[in-house]
Design a protein around this ligand. Sequence first.
Ligand code: CP
Length: 315
Amino acid sequence: MTAGTGELTFDHLLGLEGMDQTRITALLDLSQRMKEIGERPLKKVPSLRGKTVCFFFVEPSTRTKMSFGVAAKRLSADTMSLTASGSSLKKGETLLDTAMNLQAMGPDILVIRHRAAGAPHFLSKHLSASIVNAGDGRHEHPTQALLDMLTIRERLGRLEGLNVAIIGDIANSRVARSNIFGLTTMGANVRLSGPATMIPKGIDQLGATVVPSIEDATDGADVVMMLRIQKERMGSDLFPSDREYHRQFGLTKDRLRNAKPNVIVMHPGPINRGVEITPEVADGPNSVILDQVTNGVAVRMAVLYVLAHRTGGAK
Ligand code: CP
């Protein structure tokens, strides 16, 4: 792979807040080129030969962890992996001590998921490796938003001017926050809806519009993005029951009728089937949920490529 990184030189990928249109576009363009590698009979290039990528997942993950792993292998990087349950975090070692010990083994890039917002930012101040935020608490999940934008652009040809409805547990969603940053920067109109208890105060100041009902959100929508209810982040119940939630905010075939005819339906996964979305819609003709997963590999290849070829040191 001989993709030039051009304006894409950066030391860490911590979030999409503050990332400008030129950089997002360049990352999406590079991801599109990376995707082509995954479509070849021999899905491997030597671009990251001799580089080591460390995966440090302190929260569970299927899609993000596996796709970063596939991305690193397609670029010929060496990998090392640590999860919370199998680590000395269980014996009381601190996050920083754990990370410094991983650093001592010489990884070039450290991909971290952590329940605490800001954990990747904290490590980026102490480690010389490039840090990638693979999801930090309720804060950001930048590669998810990039793969979502790649999927939208691929299906609908653009991001600017599109009506994107993001529906559900906005309060607990790092996916929503990263998408609000990315999509509004790219000129999309973002509408948010969910139970009042799941709409954080001041979220509209990020450039999105809050609307009261799912019908208001989906009206004329080009994209409907459903969010998982994140019970693991709720101190107490934010809605009476799953059935009640589904009745008010679940995406059904009927509720999709007021969207544009070629609307695409997205979900970052994992899905609570029958709660935020019916199986009929999740698996239906408008769904691009598995395309999102495929595009996740391409986006993560692009991010690893850029960080491995950065010109300056991370510190
Ligand atoms: N979308 C997402 O982050 O999925 P995982 O939690 O399975 O990585």
